[in-house]
Write a protein that binds this ligand. Sequence first.
Ligand SMILES: *[C@@H]1O[C@H](CO)[C@@H](O)[C@H](O)[C@H]1NC(C)=O
Ligand SMILES: *[C@@H]1O[C@H](CO)[C@@H](O)[C@H](O)[C@H]1NC(C)=O
Ligand SMILES: *[C@@H]1O[C@H](CO)[C@@H](O)[C@H](O)[C@H]1NC(C)=O
Ligand SMILES: *[C@@H]1O[C@H](CO)[C@@H](O)[C@H](O)[C@H]1NC(C)=O
Ligand SMILES: *[C@@H]1O[C@H](CO)[C@@H](O)[C@H](O)[C@H]1NC(C)=O
Ligand SMILES: *[C@@H]1O[C@H](CO)[C@@H](O)[C@H](O)[C@H]1NC(C)=O
Length: 362
Amino acid sequence: MVFLPLTLLLLSFGSRDGAYAVQGNQTCSTADQRLQLGTYQFTSDCDAMWFCNSSSICDWKGCRRDQYPFGYWPNVTVPLRCPKGQFCPDEEDACQDVIPVGGACQLNRDDECEGPPDFKDLADHSGFGLNVNGSVCLNNVCMWANMTAGSPCVFENTGYTVYTTETEFIDIVSRDNCKLGLYCDGTSKQCMAQKDLSAACTADKECATFNCNASGVCDKPADTPNHVGSWVYIVVAVAIFGGMLVTLIGMFFLHRKQREADREKRLQYWREQNAFRQNILQMQETARNSLMSLPIGANGTNPNSQRNSLYSSNGGMGSDESQMPLTGGNKGSGLRHYVSDDGFHDDDGGVVMHSRPDPGRF
Ligand SMILES: *[C@@H]1O[C@H](CO)[C@@H](O)[C@H](O)[C@H]1NC(C)=O
Ligand SMILES: *[C@@H]1O[C@H](CO)[C@@H](O)[C@H](O)[C@H]1NC(C)=O
Ligand SMILES: *[C@@H]1O[C@H](CO)[C@@H](O)[C@H](O)[C@H]1NC(C)=O
Ligand SMILES: *[C@@H]1O[C@H](CO)[C@@H](O)[C@H](O)[C@H]1NC(C)=O
Ligand SMILES: *[C@@H]1O[C@H](CO)[C@@H](O)[C@H](O)[C@H]1NC(C)=O
Ligand SMILES: *[C@@H]1O[C@H](CO)[C@@H](O)[C@H](O)[C@H]1NC(C)=O
């Protein structure tokens, strides 16, 4: 494992982009191992599955840091993570025992350092990554985060490059060996109590919430979820149900127009049918009347007697039929009544629709 001084890191340039990543069993240069400028990600000549060993050849990695490592072939056994009391260095060559206080460690690798006896009190569980198990790696030296208020402290400022869509800027992260709830003041180099909400500040580390906002005031934590008032929920609910209701009503009126058009068509059809029926009845009536008006005495001598008897037998049937149209006529007048009814009371259309006889499909 090779320890890299920060000055050397800052002088190295370029990025790892796979194009010249060296495969296994091929030569590499340990001098090319470095942390990338701005992101401080470890890179080497060798591709993801290999590290550059001391004979400058890419060899299989001996351990892994990530739970889900990237870049391994599916047919290759991924190396294990290191057990408790050991750590996997940035190179991922092999597991090593944790380093005691004063030993050399890699940037931001608090986990490489041995924990203090009172690690339970010193350990940070805030999620801000202040220390690991009570130990910190500052300026590549292992120490414990045990400094109390007013005592001298060590700090390390690291500038990370932040890339946004418009611009990029440096975000300085300051780490120190003060106990939880304290920060290392840059000028006095002493541990000081972190400030509460709304206190004036110059850096995130000064605030207990780790959020010193643009107006230089300790703000609530940056990951605080936004809460909306209950009126927003009410407005949204009203909008949803209102939208549904408006749609339903709109559809009702839209379809009512169509319903009325259909009903108008049906009425017209029935008027026609009724008119036809009346015409036929009238014709029948006229024919019967003209038969009735013929003289009865001429019956025997009339050369048209055959035709006449034919007519009379027809007339018998006709009288049968005349009974039918009479009942039918009642129906017809009922229909006419309905028609006029409908014409006068448009609103009752729906009710009348149920009670009227089925006009059939058309
Ligand atoms: C190197 O080559 C040997 C023999 O082909 C092979 O067994 C070994 O896995 C290779 N090592 C690497 C790192 O690819
Ligand atoms: C470096 O890796 C190569 C390829 O796996 C291997 O043959 C060689 O023995 C390794 N050197 C050391 C010092 O481990
Ligand atoms: C694993 O698969 C890769 C292709 O994905 C192939 O090039 C390589 O030879 C295989 N390696 C072993 C050790 O089987
Ligand atoms: C924390 O450090 C103590 C003391 O070195 C050690 O006994 C313990 O196993 C460590 N805990 C973890 C989770 O590493
Ligand atoms: C605090 O930690 C340092 C190492 O960083 C250690 O030398 C010192 O003894 C510790 N002090 C106490 C009171 O534990
Ligand atoms: C900073 O935080 C204070 C307190 O929460 C707030 O009043 C102020 O508006 C914030 N300023 C900015 C720029 O966000």
